[in-house]
Design a binder for this molecule. Sequence first.
Ligand code: PRP
Ligand code: URA
Length: 213
Amino acid sequence: MKQYNNVVVFDHPLIRHKIAILRDEKTSMKEFRELVGEITTLMTYECLKEGVPTTEITVKTPLETCTQQVVKDNAIAIVPILRAGLGMVSGIHTLFPSALVGHIGLYRNEETLEPCEYYCKLPEGIEDKLVLVVDPMLATGGSACDAISLLKKRGCKTIKFMAIIGAPEGVARVAETHPDVSVYVSTLDRCLNENGYILPGLGDAGDRLFGTK
Ligand code: PRP
Ligand code: URA
């Protein structure tokens, strides 16, 4: 895949270890859900290294008073792409319990693979927040591109997109369509199959999270 300035692919042994278990068809729904949360927390730590709005506070230690940087209140909003993105929300809330959550419902038409929007509810004032759009799977990139476009239409200016597994096609599409958005994927897989599934991938993330198959 071409190199993009706005794409980060994690290469971390701990994340690789968890993804190996996540892929395994024998992994239970419970363990799958827990792993998605844990991987998201690890990704969030790295993803928020830059661009987080901070403010200065004064802290009195037992020895003296000092100035410290803290993350601004209500600075972050999470937007999961339904359904599978829901599985990543708890992983970010572990680090930022006060992050507001907006929801964008998209499903892929199984024949055209084009995303269809069926729901959108966003927190008031989202346009001024750092918005983390999350979806475990970045396949053709259609869903991610549409969700990001919708958020931009609503005035969002600072958007980061996080996926656990990305296909080269999808990563390239999001990176090129939205060069102002940072794209984070835990791992880059080989390609898509004829049905738009990621190979080797993990199957259908929504079904594995919610037990619908
Ligand atoms: C999956 C996944 C993404 C989308 C990725 O959702 O969670 O949202 O496909 O594919 P794309 O990059 O080709 O758009 P799906 O449409 O299966 O809906 P679900 O989460 O409700 O199962
Ligand atoms: N959506 C999934 O859940 N899995 C894929 O491999 C592709 C899209």
